[in-house]
Design a binder for this molecule. Structure first.
Ligand SMILES: [Fe+2]
Length: 572
C-alpha cells in the first residue's frame, strides 16, 4: 500500500512510503528553486510518484500535516492582543485573515485539486494535527520501541510545544503548550531584533553569532521575556517581545530600553549583538532542559525523540545530550515542517492501516538521484570538458585535490531530505586550513563571515575528535572538540571550540566514507569540511543545478557522479 504525506505551507514537501518503507521524500524548494517554498508541493509529489514508478491511482491514502479547522484559539489570541495594543491586534488579524483565506480554506480543496492535477484516484484523505506529525516523524523512525517525545516549533494550528510518549505503534500526547507561548517564535523574534530575517530561516545566524558573545542579558530575558515555571511550562511575555510585531521589525519600548536599539540589517555587527544572541540562546537552552526534566519525570523513559524547527538548534541539542536526564537520542533530520509529511504518512501506516513498526531512518538519502549517463549528457550540453573515472581513481584524485587546497562541488547519489548537506550535494574542502572558512563563506557561498562550517568525519574517529563514541549521521548536535585536535582542523572548529559533526558510516554512504578514509591517509585527519552545495539558493538538486552553480561561482572542481570537471587556473 502506498501512502503519501504532505506539507503545504512553509517548507512544503512530499513523502511517499510503501508498506512502511520510505520510497521518496523531498522538499518542494529543491525543484521550484524557491527557498522554503510555501504552497502546494506539486513537483515534490510528482517526484515521489516517478521515483516509485506509479501514478496517483496507485496511492491508497494521502495525509496532510495540518487540521485547518482549528482556528478558535488563534482568534482568541488576537482578541487578547487587542487589550495590549492596537498594533499587536492588527498584526495578528492581518496575518490571520490571509492564512484563513489563502491557506486553510484551500486545504479542504486538496483532494479535489490532487485529482484534477494528477488524475483520477480512489485515495482516502486524512488531516492530522501538526505536532502529532512532528512527533510521528521522530518516534516512528527512531530505533526505540518506546520513548519520550518533545516537539517544539513556532506554532502548529495552535500548539507550539508538545510532550508525547511513544510505545510501539501508540503515540500519545501528554501535554500541549499553546500560543502565544512559543520557543520558536521567541527565537525568531530575537533573530529579527538582531537584523536578520526570520522568513529566510536566519535563526541559524543567531545561533552561530551566539558563540561570539557573553550572556550578559540572560537575566533580563529569563525574567521578562521567556521564563520556565518548573512545572513543565514556560511563559513568553508578548508585552516585551512579540513575534507578530517582530516580523515587521517593531519592538516594545521595554526591550529597547534593556537591550538598546534593534540592529538594522545593514548595520555592523557589534559585541552587544553577539551578547544578545548568546543570552537568547542560553535562555532557550535552560527552558528546554527544564521541560525535559519534567518530561522525564512524567514518562520515566530513557529514550528521547525530538522534532519541530527548534530541534534544529544543534547547540541546544549538544547540551541536551550532556545535561538532560535521557540516555539515548533520536533527532529527526527533517525536524522542520518538511519532515511532517513523513510523520503524516506513518500515522496512516500505524493508526489507519494498523501495521506494525519496522522502519528506521539510518540516513536521509530519499531525494532525487541521477545516473552517470544523465550527468554526462548535462556536462556535454553545457560544453564542459570532463574526465570519467573509476571510483578508486576518482577518490584518489579528489582527496589529493582537496589536500592541495581545492574547494570541490561533490554531487553523488540520491540527495538529502532535510536542510543539511550530508555528503551527497556538498562543497568539500580541507579542514586543516584556517583560512578556508573565510574563503568559503565570503568568496564562494557569499554569506556572513561568522557562519560556522561543519565537519564530516569517519564515524569510527569520533573518540579521537570528541573523546566520546558519538554517532550523528544527521549533523544535528554541537559538541566540544578535544583541545589537542582544535588546531589540526581549525576551519571546522567554531570560535568556542565546538563543532557540529556528521559521522559518516561505510554502510549508508560508502563512497563518501572512502573519500574520508583516503583523505585521512594523505592528510592525517579523518575529517573533511562539508557545507551545502548551493549559493544563495536551495541546495542543488539536478546535474543542471550543479553545472549552473559551477559556471556562476569560483570553486575549483565539480564532481558529478564519476565525472570530474576542473576549472582552468584553479588550485589543482
Ligand atoms: Fe512545525
Amino acid at each position: 500500500m502506498y501512502v503519501l504525506g504532505l506539507t503545504t505551507l512553509g517548507d512544503a514537501a512530499a513523502s511517499l512510503i510503501h508498506d512502511g518503507e520510505i520510497v521518496a521524500a523531498a522538499e518542494e524548494e529543491r525543484f521550484s528553486r524557491v527557498k522554503h517554498h510555501s504552497g502546494f508541493p506539486y513537483l515534490a509529489i510528482q517526484y515521489c510518484l516517478d521515483q516509485a514508478g506509479i501514478t496517483i491511482a496507485d496511492v491508497g491514502h494521502i495525509a496532510l500535516y495540518w487540521k485547518p479547522w482549528i482556528l478558535r484559539h488563534k482568534a482568541m489570541q488576537a482578541i487578547k492582543a487587542a487589550t495590549i495594543s492596537a498594533d499587536m491586534f492588527r498584526a495578528r488579524v492581518d496575518r490571520g485573515v490571509e492564512q484563513v483565506s489563502k491557506s486553510y480554506l484551500g486545504m479542504f480543496r486538496y483532494p479535489r485539486e490532487i485529482r484534477r492535477h494528477f488524475g483520477p484516484s480512489d485515495f482516502k484523505f486524512h488531516y492530522y494535527e501538526h505536532h502529532l506529525c512532528h512527533a510521528a516523524s521522530a518516534f516512528y523512525l527512531s530505533p526505540f520501541k518506546s520513548a519520550a517525545i518533545l516537539t517544539m516549533d513556532g506554532t502548529g494550528e495552535e500548539t507550539t510545544t508538545m510532550f508525547s510518549r511513544g510505545e510501539d505503534v501508540n503515540l500519545r500526547p501528554l501535554k500541549r503548550i499553546k500560543l502565544p507561548h512559543s520557543l520558536g517564535q521567541f527565537y525568531s523574534a530575537v533573530t529579527n531584533f538582531i537584523g536578520f530575517d526570520m522568513f529566510a530561516g536566519d535563526e541559524w545566524k543567531l545561533m552561530g553569532l551566539a558563540a561570539y558573545g557573553e550572556p550578559v542579558y540572560k537575566d533580563f530575558f529569563s525574567r521578562r521575556v521567556l521564563s520556565a515555571n518548573g512545572n513543565g511550562d514556560f511563559h513568553l511575555n508578548i508585552r516585551t517581545l512579540d513575534h507578530h510585531l517582530a516580523k515587521h521589525y517593531q519592538f516594545p519600548d521595554e526591550l529597547i530600553q534593556e537591550l538598546g536599539p534593534a540592529r538594522q540589517p545593514d548595520e555592523k555587527i557589534e559585541k552587544r549583538h553577539m551578547d544578545i544572541a548568546a543570552s537568547a540562546q542560553e535562555v532557550l537552552e535552560d527552558v528546554v532542559l527544564k521541560l525535559l526534566h519534567n518530561l522525564h519525570e512524567q514518562t520515566g523513559e530513557k529514550n528521547l525523540c525530538l522534532a519541530g524547527g527548534v530541534a534544529f538548534n544543534s547547540v541546544m541539542n549538544g547540551r541536551i545530550m550532556q545535561e538532560s536526564p535521557f540516555e539515548n537520542f533520536f533527532i529527526q533530520p527533517a525536524a522542520g515542517d518538511a519532515g511532517c509529511s513523513l510523520g503524516a504518512a506513518y500515522l496512516v501506516h500505524h493508526k489507519v492501516l494498523k501495521q506494525p513498526r519496522a522502519a528506521q531512518m539510518e540516513h536521509a538519502y530519499y531525494g532525487p538521484g541521477f545516473s552517470s549517463e544523465e550527468c554526462a549528457a548535462v556536462l556535454k550540453g553545457a560544453g564542459l570538458e570532463f574526465e570519467t573515472l573509476e571510483e578508486d581513481q576518482l577518490i584518489a584524485r579528489v582527496a589529493k585535490m582537496i589536500a592541495d587546497g581545492a574547494i570541490v562541488g561533490w554531487f553523488h547519489g540520491r540527495m538529502e531530505f532535510g536542510p543539511r548537506a550530508l555528503g551527497r550535494r556538498s562543497f568539500l574542502a580541507d579542514p586543516r586550513r584556517a583560512d578556508m572558512r573565510e574563503l568559503l563563506n565570503e568568496k564562494v557561498k557569499l554569506r556572513e563571515w561568522f557562519r560556522p562550517l561543519a565537519p564530516s568525519m569517519l564515524e569510527e574517529a569520533s573518540p579521537k575528535l570528541f573523546g566520546i563514541d558519538h554517532r550523528d549521521p544527521f549533523m544535528v548536535t554541537v559538541l566540544a572538540v578535544r583541545e589537542e585536535m582544535r588546531d589540526r582542523i581549525p576551519a571546522v572548529v567554531h570560535v568556542d571550540g565546538t563543532a557540529r559533526p556528521q559521522t559518516v558510516s561505510r554502510k549508508t554512504n560508502p563512497r563518501y566514507w572512502k573519500l574520508l578514509k583516503e583523505f585521512e591517509r594523505i592528510a592525517g585527519v579523518p575529517v573533511l569540511l562539508n557545507t551545502s552545495f548551493n549559493i544563495q539558493e536551495p541546495i542543488v538538486c539536478t546535474p543542471a543545478d550543479a553545472v549552473r552553480t559551477f559556471q556562476a561561482a569560483s570553486f575549483d572542481a565539480l564532481i558529478l557522479e564519476d565525472h570530474l570537471v576542473l576549472r582552468q587556473g584553479a588550485h589543482l
